[in-house]
Every structure is written in structure tokens, then in C-alpha cells.
Design a protein around this ligand. Structure first.
Ligand SMILES: Nc1nc2c(c(=O)[nH]1)N[C@H]1C(S)=C(S)[C@@H](COP(=O)(O)O)O[C@H]1N2
Ligand SMILES: [Mo]
Length: 252
């Protein structure tokens, strides 16, 4: 199992630096001795397996620290049209040739702690006030790219469905069986966008048609494409990569 460690990734290190997040202190592998990790995590570090378990506990601990550090008013950098990466990369847990078509008669499902759990059509989503932004997407696999995404500010959408914003998590289920979840402060961040377009065109299949959540304050794997269902919950829904050891908070 691969434990996500930002020390191993130069781009992420730079981003953490740029955002003034003391990742060096938070991600204890270098700053903390194995003894200290063992004490903090309550795991005996006798073999590789237990070391991985301990690092997993530390990653959970990091989720809390990162949650405290998250500044809802701090914006991710934005860029000019001329800085957009062309072509923008495709990435998923399968190859581009294996992209599955969106189900016909798409309806976005809403569930959990909301007042109005009615389904949404794309036309209804397009009728809401739209905004767009040019931001950098960062993938832990070691690449980053600048793109332009447009759609509905997610906080507007959450207000519209009467989401309980005192709940802890927003979860996402996707038509390719991907899933992920985010904390409520990130969901309400002004740059978090329920995305309907890429480069001013209807979101193409490779970038997540019909719906993607674009979160420029978080790493690529926290940006679900092909969204089918959004739910509000107090139980951490985890995620496809997060459940395999990637840090759950996954961002600034
Ligand atoms: N539904 C779905 N969403 C997903 C993924 C996926 O495999 N399936 N991969 C994630 C990862 S790791 C990255 S880097 C980005 C890639 O988005 P892009 O294809 O628009 O570059 O999508 C994220 N969201
Ligand atoms: Mo990624």
C-alpha cells in the first residue's frame, strides 16, 4: 500500500510552500522519529505492516490538523487564458480508451442531510448563475496543468438544496464507480465549483461529463468527475484513493 507523502513530490512541496502550510512539520516522517510516531499512533513498529498502519494513523491526525489550518478566505492562484495547458491531460484509474459513456437521461441525485432531495437535470443546473475560473490542477502522480472550468458555485448549490452546512462531509458517487468526499468548509469555499464546462464548452467525456466538482484548493484525486450523486453526511464516506492510503484531506 502506498502512503501519500508530499515530501516525495516536488510540485506538491512547492504548492504547500506557496500556501504557507508547514507540511514539513505536519507530515512527520522526517521531523518525527519512528519512536515518536509509535507513541502518537499507539502502534508498535515491529515490521513494515505496523509502520504502514502507524503512518495511516498519522495521516488521519493530519486530516484534523489540516482541517484546523484550512483558511476559507484564502484563494488558490488564478491564471490568464494564455497560461492554459494544451492539451489538458486526462487521468483516471483506467485508460482514456476505457471511458464509460454517461447514463442516458442523466439526473443528479441528492441525498442525506438536505431539505430538498429532488433530482436535478443538466438544464436546471445550467439555469443557475454560472461562473468560471482558470486554476492549476495538481495530481500526486507528479504532474500539474492549468485549465478553465465553468459552472455553479458549489456553495450556491448547497444553499439551494437546503444542505445542512453544520454537517461534516459532502460525498460524491460517480458513474465510473469512483467516489470521494470533502469537508464542509472546502465545499463552501468560494472557488469550489460544480463544473458543467471545460474551456467554455460542455464538459467533454474525458474531463467528466456530465458533472465534475472542481476544487482548486485540493489535489486532483479530490476532484470527482462523472458525478451521479451528492450526499451530505456526518459519517466520513472516504474515497477511491483515500481508502488505499492517500491522505483524506488532500489539500491546503
Ligand atoms: N470519476 C472519477 N473522477 C476522478 C478520477 C477518476 O478516476 N474517476 N481521477 C482523479 C484524479 S487522480 C485526477 S488527477 C483527476 C484528473 O482529471 P482530468 O482527467 O480532468 O485531468 O480526476 C480525478 N477525479
Ligand atoms: Mo490524480
Amino acid at each position: 500500500m502506498k502512503i501519500f507523502n508530499p515530501h516525495e513530490n516536488e510540485i506538491i512541496k512547492d504548492v504547500y510552500k506557496g500556501l504557507d502550510i508547514p507540511s514539513r512539520r505536519l507530515f512527520g516522517k522526517k521531523a518525527l522519529s519512528l519512536g515518536a510516531i509509535s507513541m502518537l499512533s499507539g502502534c508498535t513498529l515491529s515490521n513494515e505492516d505496523s509502520i504502514e498502519k502507524a503512518l495511516m494513523v498519522m495521516s488521519r491526525f493530519n486530516d484534523r490538523v489540516q482541517g484546523w489550518l484550512f483558511d476559507p478566505n484564502k484563494m488558490a492562484p488564478t491564471y490568464s487564458e494564455g497560461m492554459i495547458t494544451r492539451p489538458f491531460p486526462f487521468n483516471a484509474f483506467y485508460s482514456e480508451a476505457e471511458i464509460r459513456p454517461s447514463p442516458e437521461n442523466f439526473r443528479l441525485k441528492i441525498s442525506g442531510m438536505v431539505q430538498d432531495a429532488k433530482d436535478w437535470t443538466l438544464a436546471e443546473l445550467n439555469a443557475m448563475p454560472q461562473t468560471s475560473q482558470i486554476t492549476r490542477h495538481i495530481c500526486v502522480e507528479g504532474w500539474s496543468a492549468i485549465g478553465k472550468w465553468g459552472g455553479v458555485r458549489f456553495s450556491d448549490f448547497l444553499t439551494r438544496i437546503g444542505a445542512d452546512t453544520n454537517a461534516s462531509y459532502v460525498g460524491f458517487r460517480c458513474h465510473d464507480d469512483y467516489y470521494t468526499s470533502i469537508d464542509m468548509p472546502t465545499a463552501l469555499h468560494a472557488q469550489t465549483l460544480l463544473t458543467l464546462t471545460y474551456a467554455d464548452e460542455v464538459l467533454p467525456p474525458k474531463y467528466g461529463y456530465p458533472l465534475k466538482l472542481r476544487i482548486p484548493t485540493k489535489l486532483g484525486y479530490k476532484n470527482p468527475k462523472y458525478i451521479q450523486e451528492i450526499f451530505i453526511t456526518n459519517v466520513n464516506p472516504g474515497g477511491y484513493w483515500e481508502d488505499q492510503g492517500y491522505n483524506w484531506f488532500g489539500g491546503s
